[in-house]
Design a protein around this ligand. Structure first.
Ligand SMILES: Nc1ncnc2c1ncn2[C@@H]1O[C@H](COP(=O)(O)OP(=O)(O)OP(=O)(O)O)[C@@H](O)[C@H]1O
Length: 429
């Protein structure tokens, strides 16, 4: 293994993910572990150079005072208290804290700044090969950031021992299934099973207008399709998953543990009992993107904006029809293209179009029309709990309106959603 590591023992501080990031920003790898980590577990971690204990103001979790075992404290590794329980007071000032952290990591522990994406990838390739041996791995590949980066990493580690399954449920954005095929089948020469399940999903969704039922049908049907594909393949022992660090770090004051084993493809029947391969589970989102870039994935995949699990299905309001779904897909493509041309790609957190299930009167070439409106939405947020509306230049909104009303069939109006969250939510359904 190539990377030195500093282990943070979580004694209940909410600051620990930030502390881990600070250490990583010094170029040294860091992981957060529960306060009751055992000596055996510690010994199993590679290249640990030091321990940091951090419990915030009082090392209390759920009203119970906690501490680390004496074994860990006397295991021979340097120990730093980054809270108020140590002998030396932990500095309050940020610059002093950074210096204390850097002194500990480099001078006291003698760690090397060797946390780079290339080293991470080399280590993961070795770990994946060790875990998987000559067995086969299955991966549900959405084309989203997380599963695409896992796919690229697994392809590098085990090549054709990996089978990727991409399900086109008809609710993907324009060009996405084609991009998955181009990148993974043609450029990376992966075993890719492409499942055209468009009719299957849209038939199941026909006439269903309740948003919760739509989501449930999409989720359940996805599991069914994936299960069918898994059963067609012989000898699969492992399931790759795009679990990332924020998925397993519980926010708030509880001590860090794998809160939910985060079965991304949860709901598979018990007889399909795969062991999980989760090579990104220690990466923050920006690190996942950097990893994808280092593995040669295109920017349009790696820097993709967040996309809801049920896809365009929740932007085609009410009961989904094929023609209205097409209007969502085409208008979304125009919006994305225009935002990219205006330099807003990567600057605005999320932007998309919504097509409601009512029509209004309009006129085109002197003839009366009765068509749908398209709602444009562009928001910024830090944590998705609240969101503000992007101040899109009026001329750009006018240009997008002109294009959508002339290029997208069945549309005669555009509206811009001015509602922050709250009182709206980011998505409409
Ligand atoms: N259309 C699809 N085809 C294949 N797998 C899918 C598809 N949609 C979702 N999945 C699988 O389900 C997982 C969870 O999907 P979700 O939409 O919640 O995205 P996510 O957690 O942001 O991950 P990603 O960035 O990989 O899409 C994905 O990582 C992928 O493994």
């Amino acid at each position: 293994m190539k990377q030195d590591m500093i282990v943070i023992l979580d004694l209940g501080s909410e600051e620990n993910p930030r502390l881990a990031r600070e250490i990583r920003s010094l170029g040294v790898y860091s992981e957060i572990h529960p306060h009751d980590l055992t000596m055996e577990e510690l010994k199993a971690l590679p290249n640990v150079k030091g321990l940091i204990l951090n419990g915030g103001p009082n090392r209390v979790v759920d009203g119970v005072t906690i501490d680390v075992s004496a074994d860990l404290l006397h295991c021979g590794l340097p120990v730093l208290c980054a809270d108020h329980k140590g002998e030396a007071p932990w500095p309050a000032d940020e610059t002093d804290r950074k210096k204390a952290l850097s002194d500990f990591v480099f001078h006291t522990c003698g760690a090397e700044a060797n946390w780079t994406m290339d080293n991470f990838i080399a280590d993961q390739v070795e770990l994946i090969r060790r875990q998987v041996g000559d067995q086969k791995v299955l991966l549900a590949l959405s084309g989203g950031v997380d599963s695409s980066v896992v796919a690229a990493l697994l392809i590098k580690a085990i090549g054709k021992q990996l089978t990727c399954v991409h399900v086109n449920h008809g609710l993907l954005r324009k060009g996405e299934p084609e991009q998955v095929i181009e990148v993974f089948r043609h450029q990376m020469d992966a075993n890719l099973v492409y499942v055209d399940a468009v009719d299957r999903f849209l038939d199941k969704l026909a006439g269903v207008d309740d948003p919760e039922r739509k989501r449930k049908i999409i989720g359940a049907e996805f599991i069914r399709v994936f299960e069918e594909e898994a059963r067609k393949l012989d000898g699969i022992r492992f399931l790759g998953q795009g679990t990332i660090y924020p998925d397993i770090i519980e926010s708030g004051t509880k001590t860090v543990k794998a809160v939910k084993s985060h079965h991304n493809v949860g709901g598979l029947p018990e007889d399909l009992d795969f062991a999980l391969v989760e090579p990104l589970k220690m990466l923050f989102k920006d690190e996942v993107r950097a990893c994808g870039k280092a593995l040669g994935l295109p920017d349009s995949m790696v820097y993709r904006q967040p996309f809801p699990g049920p896809g365009l299905g929740v932007r085609c309001l009410g009961a989904i029809t094929r023609d209205r779904l097409e209007a969502v897909r085409e208008s979304d493509a125009i919006l994305r293209e225009e935002f990219a041309n205006a330099g807003l790609e990567g600057k605005v957190w999320q932007y998309f179009t919504v097509v409601p299930d009512f029509k209004s009167v309009g006129v085109r070439d002197g003839v009366r029309t009765f068509d749908w409106p398209v709602i444009l939405r562009a928001v910024n947020t830090v944590d998705a709990m609240t969101a503000t509306v992007e101040d899109v230049p009026f001329s750009l909104l006018q240009r997008i309106t002109r294009r959508i009303t002339s290029e997208v069939a069945g549309v005669n109006r555009c509206l811009y959603d001015l509602t922050p969250k709250p009182s709206g939510t980011i998505e409409w359904e």
